[in-house]
Unconditional design. Sequence first.
Length: 600
Amino acid sequence: MIKIVRLPKRALVKTPDTWDLSKLFPNDKAWDEGLTKLEKRIKGYGKFRDSLAESAADLAACLKYDGETERLADRLSNYAYLKTAEDQANSTYQRMLGRIRNISTRVSEAASFIQPEIMAISDAKMKTFLANSAMAKYRLLVERILRFKPFTLGKNEERLLAMQGEIAGTPSVVFRQLHDADLKFGLVKDEAGRQIELSPSTLAKLLQSPNRDVRRTAFQQFYVQFKAHENCLAAILNGSIQKDIYYSRARGYESCLHSAVFADNVPMSVYDNLIQTVRKHLPAVHRYYELRRTKMRLREIRHYDTYVPILSDIKQRHTWDQATRVIVDSLSPLGSDYCNVLRGGLTGRWCDRYPNQGKQSGAFSYGTYDGDPYIMMNFKPDVLDDVFTLAHEAGHSMHSHLSTKHQPYEYHHYAIFVAEVASTFNEQLLTHHLVDRAKDDRQRAYLINNEIDDIRSTIVRQTMFAEFEKTTHAMVEAGEPLTIEAFKKVYRQLLDDYFGPEFALDEEMSLECLRIPHFYRAFYVYKYATGLSAAIALSERVLKGGPRELADYLGFLQGGCSKFPLDLLRGAGVDLEKPHPIDLAMRKFTRLVDSLEQLI
């Protein structure tokens, strides 16, 4: 008889294995009371309308009221979302999430006058306002709003742009519906003879199969659907790019790229430095592919051969407590205070640990200002990647914990640009710890191979994606039409450059540009590459340094968004306006390839 292992229902999960949301709200009744309180605050905005130019005190009072309202809305949203993630089939929490989203929209509508009124205040009057002590807490907040003044239109034009919000999201929504729901990819037999339904999520698992026939079949079968819908997908992607260009031109930005980096105060040179520096190191990437081909004993290496570990027979097991111990031990260079807080969170109730029926898939860290920095996992003891995932999410959570501890509400939420630094920093220290303590060369080689592939996928591959986004947007800005053939031609050239002359590229790979979700909300992927590059530079600085280097890094974690992202990173010891951090990361990649070659 075949034993069927079923996931437990949420009600049967042991309490110590779940997160504790009581700091947000002790129960659903308290949440309902909080929602009622939030709804009542909507009318309170009326007393501030048309008064923000009267005095610094009036402006400060409005911003205080708005901040308190937003903080309450955050608490309510956090609780509802996290309860929904526990069991997505629970209609009670789905309804709660819908209610808070509805009221939050009404709050935003009520507060929509704030930014236009701030921008309407004369420069001379605003200068006196910002010098007033009443505005001390809000000075940076207002200065950031005023940065957008040259790119803000009149009230009528802004209203029209705002009304287009749902339309603007159509390309991404249509792609998601087609990609995740309508396209059907059939079944693939895995290495154990099981019939697996092929989908965007199962493709990744099948491409890690040690059986090459499984990998090849999954890859080729997956792309049959993209070939059949290539013209439709190209039209959707073109629509997304046209939308980006419309908004950047309407607001007067220099280009789409300028529009995308302006909010973080990131010069476009950072984007260009990334591409140029990674391209300089592509010979090392090409050498790694040849090493992989040789060690896997392949006549030619193809894309579906790049995801499976070279040493695919190595297995490691970690219970939750063992994973926690090895992670905290690896982070000892960050000091006892950091480690003690993290240990308490991982062994306590920050985390929702294991899978259950209806639980959201994957993993995430969810920082809150009035609760804990929660971590959702679907931890599996036999999967080493889950130990790295826990270390990654723990980095996010400690970043949230320290920012919340050291910053007021207005400046605690760090920007997406720096979000991946703390998480991948932790992965760097974990890898360093495990490699140093590996029991033999094969285990050491397995860990080094894992780090090589991490840099390849997070820096090299994301940079290729970033270059595709820049090139295609520039083509439309120059008046060139983006047909399916144009997309394939641009992408094929990038594939040739990044994978190298000896790599056997399947024709299907030219269609990959149509299936990358980030391309339908452009100019995000480069942040993955800069984030890991900064993490590598900072981790080496801390490991080789002393108290000052550690203090600089912890200061970055405590900074929230009290400074612009590049300034926070400079304070920690890395300057992404210069090529050095990217160059350092890619030189590390070369050293790792050298080590792997010697070990296997």
